[in-house]
Write a protein that binds this ligand. Sequence first.
Ligand SMILES: NC(=O)c1ccc[n+]([C@@H]2O[C@H](COP(=O)([O-])OP(=O)(O)OC[C@H]3O[C@@H](n4cnc5c(N)ncnc54)[C@H](O)[C@@H]3O)[C@@H](O)[C@H]2O)c1
Length: 336
Amino acid sequence: MAEFTPVNIVQIGYGYWGTNVARNIMQSRKTNMIAISDAVPARLDAAKNVYGSAISDYTADYEKYLDDPKVDAFALVIQTEPSFEVAKKILKAGKHLFIEKPMASDTARAVELTRLAHENHVVLHTDHIMIFHPIIRYIKKMYDEGELGDLIYFDISRMNLGPIRRDVNAMLDLAVHDLAVIDYISGGKEPYHVEAIGETHYGNQETLTYLTLKYEGFLAHIKSSWISPIKERRTMIGGTKKMVIFDDMKTMDKLSIFDQGIIETGEEYGPYEFKARSGDITIPYIAQEDALRNSIEHFADCIREGRESLANGEQGIKVIRILDRAKEALIASNQN
Ligand SMILES: NC(=O)c1ccc[n+]([C@@H]2O[C@H](COP(=O)([O-])OP(=O)(O)OC[C@H]3O[C@@H](n4cnc5c(N)ncnc54)[C@H](O)[C@@H]3O)[C@@H](O)[C@H]2O)c1
Protein backbone atom coordinates (compact mmCIF):
# COMPACT_ATOMS: atom_id res chain seq x y z
CA MET A 1 0.00 0.00 0.00
CA ALA A 2 1.35 3.43 -0.94
CA GLU A 3 2.53 5.51 2.01
CA PHE A 4 0.02 8.25 2.86
CA THR A 5 1.66 11.67 3.14
CA PRO A 6 -0.05 13.26 6.13
CA VAL A 7 -2.06 16.42 5.64
CA ASN A 8 -0.43 19.31 7.52
CA ILE A 9 -3.03 21.08 9.65
CA VAL A 10 -3.22 24.20 11.78
CA GLN A 11 -6.06 24.01 14.29
CA ILE A 12 -7.80 27.21 15.38
CA GLY A 13 -9.75 26.94 18.63
CA TYR A 14 -8.85 24.73 21.57
CA GLY A 15 -12.01 24.94 23.67
CA TYR A 16 -14.29 22.09 24.75
CA TRP A 17 -14.62 20.47 21.33
CA GLY A 18 -11.19 21.55 20.12
CA THR A 19 -9.57 19.15 22.60
CA ASN A 20 -11.31 16.23 20.85
CA VAL A 21 -10.44 17.45 17.37
CA ALA A 22 -6.78 17.95 18.36
CA ARG A 23 -6.55 14.48 19.92
CA ASN A 24 -7.80 12.88 16.72
CA ILE A 25 -5.58 14.95 14.44
CA MET A 26 -2.61 13.97 16.63
CA GLN A 27 -3.52 10.27 16.69
CA SER A 28 -4.31 9.79 13.00
CA ARG A 29 -1.49 8.78 10.66
CA LYS A 30 -3.29 10.74 7.93
CA THR A 31 -2.86 14.12 9.60
CA ASN A 32 -0.04 16.10 11.13
CA MET A 33 -0.56 19.02 13.50
CA ILE A 34 1.63 21.99 12.63
CA ALA A 35 0.26 24.40 15.23
CA ILE A 36 -2.61 25.07 17.61
CA SER A 37 -4.00 28.57 17.75
CA ASP A 38 -6.38 30.10 20.28
CA ALA A 39 -7.15 33.68 21.16
CA VAL A 40 -7.04 32.87 24.89
CA PRO A 41 -3.54 32.23 26.36
CA ALA A 42 -4.91 29.84 29.00
CA ARG A 43 -6.24 27.59 26.24
CA LEU A 44 -2.82 27.54 24.57
CA ASP A 45 -1.28 26.56 27.92
CA ALA A 46 -3.86 23.78 28.22
CA ALA A 47 -2.86 22.44 24.80
CA LYS A 48 0.84 22.75 25.61
CA ASN A 49 0.31 20.76 28.81
CA VAL A 50 -1.11 17.88 26.78
CA TYR A 51 1.11 17.87 23.69
CA GLY A 52 4.31 19.70 24.73
CA SER A 53 7.02 19.52 22.09
CA ALA A 54 5.00 17.12 19.90
CA ILE A 55 3.52 20.27 18.37
CA SER A 56 6.01 22.93 17.37
CA ASP A 57 3.86 26.04 17.82
CA TYR A 58 1.09 27.27 20.14
CA THR A 59 0.09 30.72 19.00
CA ALA A 60 -2.62 33.37 19.06
CA ASP A 61 -1.61 34.34 15.53
CA TYR A 62 -2.97 31.80 13.03
CA GLU A 63 -2.70 34.33 10.18
CA LYS A 64 1.04 33.76 9.82
CA TYR A 65 0.18 30.28 8.49
CA LEU A 66 -2.21 31.49 5.80
CA ASP A 67 0.54 31.79 3.19
CA ASP A 68 2.85 29.14 4.62
CA PRO A 69 3.37 26.53 1.89
CA LYS A 70 3.93 23.70 4.38
CA VAL A 71 0.37 24.12 5.67
CA ASP A 72 -2.25 22.22 3.65
CA ALA A 73 -5.31 22.83 5.76
CA PHE A 74 -6.95 24.46 8.75
CA ALA A 75 -9.32 22.91 11.28
CA LEU A 76 -11.63 25.66 12.51
CA VAL A 77 -13.08 24.78 15.91
CA ILE A 78 -14.34 28.09 17.22
CA GLN A 79 -17.87 29.37 17.89
CA THR A 80 -20.14 29.63 14.86
CA GLU A 81 -20.56 33.40 14.72
CA PRO A 82 -16.88 34.41 14.50
CA SER A 83 -15.97 31.41 12.33
CA PHE A 84 -17.32 33.01 9.11
CA GLU A 85 -14.68 35.76 8.86
CA VAL A 86 -11.85 33.37 9.75
CA ALA A 87 -13.14 30.74 7.29
CA LYS A 88 -13.19 33.29 4.47
CA LYS A 89 -9.53 34.16 5.08
CA ILE A 90 -8.55 30.48 5.04
CA LEU A 91 -10.39 29.71 1.81
CA LYS A 92 -9.12 32.86 0.08
CA ALA A 93 -5.58 31.79 1.03
CA GLY A 94 -6.21 28.57 -0.93
CA LYS A 95 -6.10 26.28 2.12
CA HIS A 96 -8.43 23.32 2.67
CA LEU A 97 -10.93 23.82 5.47
CA PHE A 98 -12.38 21.49 8.10
CA ILE A 99 -15.06 23.62 9.74
CA GLU A 100 -17.14 22.81 12.77
CA LYS A 101 -20.88 22.51 12.48
CA PRO A 102 -23.03 24.43 11.91
CA MET A 103 -21.08 25.47 8.85
CA ALA A 104 -22.45 29.02 9.14
CA SER A 105 -25.11 30.94 11.00
CA ASP A 106 -27.23 31.46 7.86
CA THR A 107 -27.63 30.29 4.28
CA ALA A 108 -26.04 33.37 2.68
CA ARG A 109 -22.85 32.72 4.63
CA ALA A 110 -22.88 29.00 3.80
CA VAL A 111 -23.28 29.87 0.10
CA GLU A 112 -20.41 32.35 0.31
CA LEU A 113 -18.04 29.79 1.90
CA THR A 114 -19.01 27.17 -0.68
CA ARG A 115 -18.40 29.62 -3.52
CA LEU A 116 -14.96 30.51 -2.12
CA ALA A 117 -14.04 26.82 -1.77
CA HIS A 118 -14.94 26.15 -5.41
CA GLU A 119 -13.19 29.29 -6.63
CA ASN A 120 -9.99 28.35 -4.82
CA HIS A 121 -10.20 24.61 -5.64
CA VAL A 122 -10.01 23.48 -2.04
CA VAL A 123 -11.86 20.91 0.03
CA LEU A 124 -14.53 22.34 2.32
CA HIS A 125 -15.67 19.82 4.91
CA THR A 126 -18.21 20.49 7.66
CA ASP A 127 -17.86 18.28 10.72
CA HIS A 128 -21.28 16.64 10.30
CA ILE A 129 -19.84 13.95 12.50
CA MET A 130 -22.89 11.66 12.57
CA ILE A 131 -22.70 10.79 8.88
CA PHE A 132 -19.29 9.31 9.67
CA HIS A 133 -20.69 7.20 12.51
CA PRO A 134 -20.47 3.45 11.73
CA ILE A 135 -24.09 2.90 12.83
CA ILE A 136 -25.49 5.65 10.63
CA ARG A 137 -23.47 4.19 7.76
CA TYR A 138 -24.93 0.75 8.54
CA ILE A 139 -28.48 2.16 8.46
CA LYS A 140 -27.72 3.99 5.21
CA LYS A 141 -26.59 0.70 3.67
CA MET A 142 -29.75 -1.05 4.93
CA TYR A 143 -31.87 1.64 3.28
CA ASP A 144 -29.90 1.68 0.03
CA GLU A 145 -30.18 -2.12 -0.24
CA GLY A 146 -33.95 -2.00 0.30
CA GLU A 147 -33.90 -3.70 3.71
CA LEU A 148 -35.79 -0.85 5.44
CA GLY A 149 -38.29 -0.44 2.64
CA ASP A 150 -39.52 3.08 2.01
CA LEU A 151 -38.80 5.67 4.68
CA ILE A 152 -41.86 6.63 6.74
CA TYR A 153 -40.43 8.66 9.62
CA PHE A 154 -37.41 9.84 11.60
CA ASP A 155 -38.01 10.49 15.30
CA ILE A 156 -34.91 11.95 16.92
CA SER A 157 -33.97 13.26 20.39
CA ARG A 158 -30.71 15.01 21.06
CA MET A 159 -30.85 16.33 24.60
CA ASN A 160 -28.38 17.25 27.32
CA LEU A 161 -27.83 19.72 30.15
CA GLY A 162 -25.98 22.71 28.68
CA PRO A 163 -23.78 24.22 27.49
CA ILE A 164 -26.04 27.25 26.95
CA ARG A 165 -24.51 28.81 23.83
CA ARG A 166 -24.80 32.51 23.05
CA ASP A 167 -24.31 32.58 19.28
CA VAL A 168 -26.67 29.78 18.18
CA ASN A 169 -29.81 28.17 19.62
CA ALA A 170 -30.27 24.50 20.58
CA MET A 171 -31.63 23.75 17.11
CA LEU A 172 -28.59 25.10 15.29
CA ASP A 173 -26.31 23.45 17.79
CA LEU A 174 -27.92 20.00 17.85
CA ALA A 175 -30.51 19.44 15.08
CA VAL A 176 -27.83 20.25 12.53
CA HIS A 177 -26.46 16.71 13.10
CA ASP A 178 -29.86 15.13 12.53
CA LEU A 179 -30.61 17.13 9.40
CA ALA A 180 -27.27 16.02 7.95
CA VAL A 181 -28.16 12.40 8.81
CA ILE A 182 -31.57 12.65 7.12
CA ASP A 183 -29.95 14.25 4.07
CA TYR A 184 -27.35 11.46 3.95
CA ILE A 185 -29.69 8.49 4.49
CA SER A 186 -32.47 9.75 2.22
CA GLY A 187 -30.04 10.49 -0.60
CA GLY A 188 -30.34 14.28 -0.41
CA LYS A 189 -34.08 14.84 0.07
CA GLU A 190 -35.17 18.28 1.24
CA PRO A 191 -38.35 18.98 3.24
CA TYR A 192 -41.20 20.81 1.58
CA HIS A 193 -42.74 21.85 4.88
CA VAL A 194 -40.95 23.04 8.04
CA GLU A 195 -42.48 23.76 11.45
CA ALA A 196 -40.66 24.69 14.62
CA ILE A 197 -41.44 25.83 18.12
CA GLY A 198 -39.03 26.66 20.90
CA GLU A 199 -38.53 28.58 24.09
CA THR A 200 -35.67 30.64 25.52
CA HIS A 201 -35.34 29.74 29.19
CA TYR A 202 -31.79 30.96 29.83
CA GLY A 203 -29.61 33.38 27.89
CA ASN A 204 -30.70 34.82 24.57
CA GLN A 205 -31.21 31.72 22.41
CA GLU A 206 -33.85 28.98 22.38
CA THR A 207 -32.77 26.31 24.85
CA LEU A 208 -35.43 23.79 23.80
CA THR A 209 -36.77 23.33 20.26
CA TYR A 210 -39.09 20.91 18.48
CA LEU A 211 -38.66 20.74 14.74
CA THR A 212 -41.17 18.97 12.50
CA LEU A 213 -40.47 18.41 8.83
CA LYS A 214 -42.43 16.97 5.94
CA TYR A 215 -40.42 15.34 3.19
CA GLU A 216 -41.78 13.63 0.10
CA GLY A 217 -42.85 10.28 1.57
CA PHE A 218 -41.77 10.68 5.19
CA LEU A 219 -41.93 12.87 8.31
CA ALA A 220 -39.19 13.92 10.69
CA HIS A 221 -39.50 15.12 14.26
CA ILE A 222 -36.36 16.40 15.97
CA LYS A 223 -36.14 17.40 19.64
CA SER A 224 -33.12 19.51 20.63
CA SER A 225 -32.56 20.45 24.25
CA TRP A 226 -29.94 22.01 26.49
CA ILE A 227 -32.17 21.63 29.54
CA SER A 228 -32.61 17.89 29.88
CA PRO A 229 -31.66 16.09 33.11
CA ILE A 230 -30.45 13.15 31.06
CA LYS A 231 -28.30 13.01 27.97
CA GLU A 232 -30.21 11.40 25.16
CA ARG A 233 -29.04 10.60 21.63
CA ARG A 234 -31.80 8.53 20.13
CA THR A 235 -32.72 8.10 16.49
CA MET A 236 -35.71 5.98 15.53
CA ILE A 237 -36.28 5.40 11.84
CA GLY A 238 -39.40 3.77 10.47
CA GLY A 239 -39.40 2.02 7.14
CA THR A 240 -42.20 0.10 5.45
CA LYS A 241 -40.28 -3.16 5.92
CA LYS A 242 -38.19 -2.66 9.07
CA MET A 243 -37.66 -0.10 11.79
CA VAL A 244 -34.49 0.74 13.67
CA ILE A 245 -33.57 2.42 16.94
CA PHE A 246 -30.07 3.81 17.35
CA ASP A 247 -29.32 4.70 20.97
CA ASP A 248 -25.92 6.36 21.04
CA MET A 249 -25.87 6.58 24.83
CA LYS A 250 -25.55 2.81 25.18
CA THR A 251 -21.99 1.59 25.48
CA MET A 252 -22.72 -1.40 23.24
CA ASP A 253 -25.64 -2.88 21.29
CA LYS A 254 -26.52 0.62 20.13
CA LEU A 255 -28.58 -0.47 17.14
CA SER A 256 -31.77 -2.54 17.36
CA ILE A 257 -33.47 -3.66 14.17
CA PHE A 258 -37.16 -4.48 14.34
CA ASP A 259 -38.47 -6.75 11.62
CA GLN A 260 -41.92 -5.40 12.26
CA GLY A 261 -44.50 -3.26 10.56
CA ILE A 262 -48.06 -2.99 9.38
CA ILE A 263 -49.51 -5.24 6.69
CA GLU A 264 -52.69 -5.18 4.68
CA THR A 265 -54.93 -8.15 5.39
CA GLY A 266 -56.85 -7.80 2.15
CA GLU A 267 -60.06 -8.12 4.16
CA GLU A 268 -61.64 -4.91 3.08
CA TYR A 269 -64.87 -5.57 5.00
CA GLY A 270 -63.32 -7.52 7.90
CA PRO A 271 -62.73 -6.05 11.36
CA TYR A 272 -59.19 -4.94 10.51
CA GLU A 273 -57.95 -4.02 7.06
CA PHE A 274 -54.42 -3.67 8.44
CA LYS A 275 -52.67 -5.60 11.13
CA ALA A 276 -49.42 -5.37 13.01
CA ARG A 277 -46.70 -7.74 11.82
CA SER A 278 -44.30 -8.87 14.53
CA GLY A 279 -40.93 -10.35 13.73
CA ASP A 280 -37.41 -10.67 15.07
CA ILE A 281 -35.59 -7.95 16.88
CA THR A 282 -31.90 -8.18 16.04
CA ILE A 283 -28.82 -6.41 17.32
CA PRO A 284 -26.10 -6.54 14.69
CA TYR A 285 -22.43 -6.51 15.55
CA ILE A 286 -20.95 -3.26 14.26
CA ALA A 287 -17.29 -2.61 14.96
CA GLN A 288 -16.74 0.50 17.07
CA GLU A 289 -15.17 3.43 15.28
CA ASP A 290 -14.72 7.01 16.37
CA ALA A 291 -16.97 9.15 14.18
CA LEU A 292 -14.80 12.23 14.71
CA ARG A 293 -11.72 10.27 13.62
CA ASN A 294 -13.61 9.11 10.53
CA SER A 295 -14.68 12.68 9.78
CA ILE A 296 -11.11 14.00 10.03
CA GLU A 297 -9.69 11.13 7.98
CA HIS A 298 -12.38 11.54 5.33
CA PHE A 299 -11.29 15.20 5.07
CA ALA A 300 -7.65 14.10 4.67
CA ASP A 301 -8.58 11.47 2.05
CA CYS A 302 -10.54 14.06 0.04
CA ILE A 303 -7.53 16.40 0.03
CA ARG A 304 -5.14 13.64 -1.04
CA GLU A 305 -7.50 12.28 -3.70
CA GLY A 306 -8.75 15.66 -4.94
CA ARG A 307 -12.42 14.85 -4.36
CA GLU A 308 -15.42 16.45 -2.70
CA SER A 309 -16.27 15.63 0.89
CA LEU A 310 -19.54 13.86 1.71
CA ALA A 311 -20.08 16.81 4.06
CA ASN A 312 -19.23 19.40 1.41
CA GLY A 313 -20.49 22.94 1.01
CA GLU A 314 -23.61 21.80 -0.83
CA GLN A 315 -24.63 19.58 2.09
CA GLY A 316 -23.83 22.42 4.50
CA ILE A 317 -26.04 24.78 2.49
CA LYS A 318 -28.96 22.33 2.43
CA VAL A 319 -28.78 21.85 6.19
CA ILE A 320 -28.49 25.58 6.94
CA ARG A 321 -31.31 26.36 4.49
CA ILE A 322 -33.64 24.10 6.50
CA LEU A 323 -32.45 25.72 9.72
CA ASP A 324 -33.12 29.19 8.28
CA ARG A 325 -36.67 28.15 7.44
CA ALA A 326 -37.01 26.66 10.91
CA LYS A 327 -35.78 29.92 12.48
CA GLU A 328 -38.51 31.80 10.58
CA ALA A 329 -41.06 29.27 11.82
CA LEU A 330 -39.78 29.70 15.39
CA ILE A 331 -40.16 33.48 15.15
CA ALA A 332 -43.67 33.12 13.69
CA SER A 333 -44.64 30.72 16.48
CA ASN A 334 -43.54 33.28 19.08
CA GLN A 335 -45.93 35.88 17.67
CA ASN A 336 -49.06 34.43 19.19
N1 LIG B 1 -19.13 18.14 15.76
C1 LIG B 1 -19.59 18.06 16.98
O1 LIG B 1 -20.16 17.04 17.40
C2 LIG B 1 -19.40 19.23 17.92
C3 LIG B 1 -19.58 19.07 19.30
C4 LIG B 1 -19.40 20.19 20.12
C5 LIG B 1 -19.10 21.41 19.55
N2 LIG B 1 -18.96 21.53 18.20
C6 LIG B 1 -18.67 22.83 17.57
O2 LIG B 1 -17.33 23.20 17.86
C7 LIG B 1 -17.25 24.63 17.89
C8 LIG B 1 -16.57 25.06 19.17
O3 LIG B 1 -17.39 24.69 20.25
P1 LIG B 1 -16.80 24.58 21.73
O4 LIG B 1 -17.87 24.00 22.57
O5 LIG B 1 -15.46 23.93 21.70
O6 LIG B 1 -16.64 26.15 22.07
P2 LIG B 1 -15.66 26.77 23.16
O7 LIG B 1 -16.21 28.12 23.44
O8 LIG B 1 -15.45 25.82 24.29
O9 LIG B 1 -14.25 26.91 22.40
C9 LIG B 1 -14.01 27.80 21.35
C10 LIG B 1 -12.53 28.19 21.41
O10 LIG B 1 -12.24 28.99 20.26
C11 LIG B 1 -11.41 30.08 20.66
N3 LIG B 1 -11.55 31.16 19.68
C12 LIG B 1 -12.68 31.86 19.38
N4 LIG B 1 -12.43 32.73 18.38
C13 LIG B 1 -11.13 32.56 18.04
C14 LIG B 1 -10.30 33.16 17.06
N5 LIG B 1 -10.76 34.10 16.22
N6 LIG B 1 -9.00 32.76 16.98
C15 LIG B 1 -8.53 31.82 17.81
N7 LIG B 1 -9.29 31.21 18.75
C16 LIG B 1 -10.57 31.58 18.85
C17 LIG B 1 -11.90 30.44 22.05
O11 LIG B 1 -10.90 31.14 22.78
C18 LIG B 1 -12.18 29.05 22.64
O12 LIG B 1 -11.06 28.51 23.30
C19 LIG B 1 -18.68 25.16 17.74
O13 LIG B 1 -18.87 25.52 16.40
C20 LIG B 1 -19.53 23.96 18.08
O14 LIG B 1 -20.78 23.97 17.40
C21 LIG B 1 -19.09 20.46 17.40
